[in-house]
Design a protein around this ligand. Structure first.
Ligand code: UT7
Length: 329
């Protein structure tokens, strides 16, 4: 625990998943796949799809829940950091749009594009603004409307992803609870193994990019899988060793929800018992920047003050890392 220093504690959790469910059975009528294949190869049974509205709408719902649960006026929010790769526009940022729609008139904010590591990166950045004493209320939101960049003709990717958003409110804590440490990494050599080829400055939109379906996400699943297991596992173990944490003394491990087989492999690697791992992949699939805070949203009732929690993620970029925090309520 960090002593004699302000720590950034999570004081509320908010989440939003759209009501429309896309089940494995539904996918069977769209592409050549089967419920059995998807369940056994990924652990996913269904995912949510945002049929109407933009990703910012999910973020607005999250920010409102954070304010309601913590008894915070929207006008007191200082900063909104959004991890996303599916903002409403390339610019302005979703943080900008969300603050306007939610009425967070005194906040500023920015988006952070680190794909599936977006929430980890954003949480680490947000905690700095609290630790320095600069701000008192920082909202960190991970959100993605993956259905807007997923190719429903590509069975390698479309069965995995879903839409959702969730986030946390960070506030200063004098008891030492909250974010304790983080180790974050990136390696741009992986940039074309999981990415959206067109639409940026390298390949601006054209008739060809649309015809060739280059505005959709592409993934070399097998290679990403291998990197995800070793990098998430290594980052987790390294951070735990640094803080003298063991599988016994840790209360919760929160892994990015990309594939149940990745979660199982990382759990084996780090020796975590199943009951200490937050898992909700079956219901939401991979919601990219939203998976980690959605785990908090689902497990909030089981978390206790002082619980030691390690989060880990791996995603496009490549980006990855781990965060160690203690639960504050
Ligand atoms: O969140 C960011 C990080 N992302 C990840 O961590 C994702 C990492 N990758 C994965 O989760 C897995 O690689 C996938 C779920 C994407 C794919 O699973 P896999 O076990 O690696 O399958 P594969 O790509 O090796 O494909 C095995 C077989 C192939 O058929 P053949 O060539 O053996 O005849 C595929 O064509 O499964 C086939 N296949 C499918 N079959 C039914 C691939 N997708 C499907 C599908 N339904 N949806």
């Amino acid at each position: 625990m960090k002593a004699n220093k302000l720590t950034a504690a999570i004081t509320a959790v908010g989440g939003y998943v759209p009501p429309d469910v896309l089940s494995n059975k539904d996918l069977e009528s769209i592409i050549e796949t089967s419920d059995a294949w998807i369940t056994s190869r990924t652990g996913i049974q269904e995912r949510r799809i945002l049929k109407q509205g933009a990703s910012s709408d999910m973020g607005v719902a999250v920010l409102k829940e954070l304010c309601e649960k913590s008894g915070t006026s929207m006008l007191d929010i200082d900063l909104v950091i959004v991890g996303t790769i599916t903002p409403d526009y390339i610019f302005p940022s979703n943080a900008n749009v969300i603050c306007d729609k939610a009425g967070a008139k005194n906040a500023w904010g920015f988006d952070l594009g680190a794909a599936c590591s977006g929430f980890l990166y954003a949480l680490s950045v947000g905690s700095q603004f609290i630790e320095t004493g600069k701000y008192k209320k920082v909202a960190v939101i991970g959100m993605d409307k993956m259905s807007s960049i997923v190719d429903y003709q590509d069975r390698n990717t479309c069965v995995i992803f879903g839409d959702g958003a969730a986030g946390v409110l960070l506030e200063p804590n004098a008891e030492g609870f909250g974010v304790q440490d983080f180790d974050l990494y990136s390696d741009g050599k992986g940039r074309e193994l999981l990415y959206q080829p067109a639409g940026g400055s390298l390949m601006p939109p054209s008739e060809d990019t649309v015809k060739n379906r280059l505005h959709y996400l592409k993934q070399d699943g097998k290679t990403v899988f291998k990197h995800a297991v070793t990098n998430m596992g290594d980052a987790t173990i390294k951070l735990m060793q640094k803080h003298n944490l063991s599988a016994e003394t840790l209360d919760w491990f929160v892994p990015h929800q990309a594939n149940m087989r990745i979660i199982d492999a990382v759990a084996d690697y780090a020796n975590f018992p199943k009951e200490k791992i937050m898992i909700n992949i079956a219901r939401y699939g991979n919601t990219t920047a939203a998976t980690l805070p959605l785990c908090f949203w689902d497990y909030e009732n089981q978390l206790k003050k002082g619980d030691k929690v390690v989060l880990a993620a791996f995603g496009g970029g490549f980006t990855w890392g781990a965060v160690y925090l203690t639960w504050a309520y």
